[in-house]
Design a protein around this ligand. Structure first.
Ligand SMILES: *[C@@H]1O[C@H](CO)[C@@H](O)[C@H](O)[C@H]1NC(C)=O
Ligand SMILES: *[C@@H]1O[C@H](CO)[C@@H](O)[C@H](O)[C@H]1NC(C)=O
Ligand SMILES: *[C@@H]1O[C@H](CO)[C@@H](O)[C@H](O)[C@H]1NC(C)=O
Ligand SMILES: *[C@@H]1O[C@H](CO)[C@@H](O)[C@H](O)[C@H]1NC(C)=O
Ligand SMILES: *[C@@H]1O[C@H](CO)[C@@H](O)[C@H](O)[C@H]1NC(C)=O
Ligand SMILES: *[C@@H]1O[C@H](CO)[C@@H](O)[C@H](O)[C@H]1NC(C)=O
Length: 237
């Protein structure tokens, strides 16, 4: 027999569980960490320069920089200059994937993408599912919304989750859900980070990254959950 107290305690359990999920200071919960080392990535940089002219890896910190007057990554490429770590060891075509890294952007770096989820619907005008950019110190999702203002000169932790199956993407900054929205299609994706010049780029662009981790969600078919929030949010914190 179901008594009122039983129902009540079931309800409070659900509330408790939901609250734990809401707080979500550990976005990696439910994910497994995959191996990651230099055999899972390479560096894209201006085609006419040695990698050491635009990239260093010292004491576990990747430092990537580029100038607005630099050449693109290939002679034939029409794209703007970049120095990026491309994580080609984890191309993915399904599932729920997560990138984690701790980033630092010095004052002055602006008009630049610092992290991207590559891949989108081939008919779309853009080739990415998510870009985190910096404009005058604001961290933005593409050009808007601003997801965290005044990001310069401090280390911040970035967790980006891409649920390909549900076409959903989210970004946590320092453990706080700061952006979520729908995916942009595409059959093939991977993560990148560094500096990729955009419109209104500063003369010099730099980002530093450490503690890079790649995770994949363990999905048990009978426990597949659906996302409760599908709308874009942008939170200041
Ligand atoms: C990177 O990790 C993989 C998988 O754990 C391992 O097989 C490989 O030897 C490692 N490579 C380097 C350069 O450490
Ligand atoms: C790297 O770390 C070592 C030990 O903590 C330190 O002595 C050294 O100055 C660091 N080098 C750089 C370039 O930060
Ligand atoms: C990932 O895709 C790229 C093409 O963009 C390819 O060159 C690379 O070999 C792929 N990596 C793996 C591990 O399949
Ligand atoms: C892209 O557009 C073409 C032509 O309109 C269409 O045939 C194709 O199905 C579209 N592809 C996707 C993935 O929507
Ligand atoms: C940075 O974000 C703040 C808060 O949204 C906004 O007022 C300001 O205009 C933004 N600056 C730039 C350069 O976008
Ligand atoms: C670039 O700068 C121009 C002129 O200052 C401004 O109108 C435009 O909104 C800026 N675009 C971006 C993407 O910041």
């Amino acid at each position: 027999m179901i008594t009122a107290p039983t129902v009540l305690s079931a309800v409070s359990l659900i509330l408790l569980f939901n609250c734990v999920v809401c707080a979500e200071d550990d976005p990696t919960q439910g994910f497994v960490q995959l191996p990651f080392n230099s055999s899972f990535y390479y560096i894209q940089k201006p085609y006419d320069l040695d990698v050491s002219k635009r990239y260093s890896f010292v004491n576990g910190t990747h430092k990537l920089w580029v100038y607005s007057t630099d050449k693109p990554l290939a002679r034939s490429s029409p794209t703007r200059p970049r120095t990026e770590v491309i994580i080609n060891g984890y191309n993915y075509t399904s599932g729920v994937w997560q990138f984690e890294g701790t980033a630092y952007v010095p004052t002055g770096t602006s008009g630049v993408c610092i992290m991207q989820v590559f891949g989108a619907d081939p008919n779309a005008t853009i080739t990415t599912t998510l870009m985190l950019r910096v404009y005058s110190g604001n961290l933005t999702y593409y050009t808007d919304p601003v997801i965290v203002p005044q990001i310069y000169d401090r280390w911040f932790r970035v967790n980006v989750i891409h649920d390909m199956d549900a076409s959903y993407v989210s970004a946590y900054i320092d453990g706080v859900l700061s952006y979520e929205g729908s995916g942009r299609g595409g059959a093939f994706h991977f993560f990148k980070f560094g500096v990729y010049a955009q419109k209104n780029d500063s003369d010099y662009m730099e980002s530093r990254w450490k503690d890079i981790k790649i995770f994949k969600k363990i999905v048990k078919d009978s426990h597949k959950k659906h996302h409760r929030h599908r709308n874009k949010i942008s939170g200041f914190h």
